[in-house]
Design a protein around this ligand. Sequence first.
Ligand code: DUT
Length: 242
Amino acid sequence: VIREGRIEFDRVTFRFGAAEVPVLHHISFTAEPGKTVAILGSTGAGKSSLVSLVPRLYDATEGQVRIDGVDVRDIDLDHLRSRIGLVLQESVLFTGTIRDNIRYGRPDASDEEIEQAARAAQAHEFIANMPEGYDTMLGQRGVNLSGGQKQRIAIARALLVRPVILILDDSTSAVDLGTESRIRAALAELMRGCTTLLIAQRITSVMDADHILVLEEGKIAAAGSHAELMRHSDIYRDIYRS
Ligand code: DUT
């Protein structure tokens, strides 16, 4: 079972189906419990593919992904996914009420707990302003939420679960500045005590990470803390200056 949330990638190679060129090539790194590893790279570098191997949305083609020393393929899938919080750019909401979407990982959660999580995620206000509040339907025949609103529902969902591992896409969608800073505060709260894999496109969001991986065409082009990379990595300095 997952306790501490140490994540290890051990020479992981990943291809989509029979594709010749791997999307990820010989990736090795460790995320220590409670620490944040940021994954920086341009579009198509393989960031989403890399993090998707942890909750087993896909499986590595070669090598091993381990959590607390156990190959993820040997961990019960429901247990694995119940310990991982996902807050991604295209947050996965389903057809159902807002309430159902928030309590997805914790079906037993009370209305008070749901509202508390929504408040902490800066989502309560816009939910309360909807005609049916928490009972508003999302999805095909329901309301459409903006990207920023979807993200906050995903944050509320993750806050309710209190996962051991957090997978976070830091790129905040178009929201006003005040909301953005409140979302950042909610994310910081969510990250406390979690091992976090942070997908980032901007350098400003990785500078505080414990460890940074610079991904280029599926390979780790540089790795280290911000200070280390500034000292030793031309690639990182180039990204920093651009
Ligand atoms: N790819 C596929 N099939 C998929 C998803 C991705 O072939 O279902 C390819 C496209 C790309 C590579 O995998 O060449 C890496 O994509 P990924 O989405 O992992 O890259 P990213 O770094 O997350 O890009 P972005 O920042 O645009 O999300």
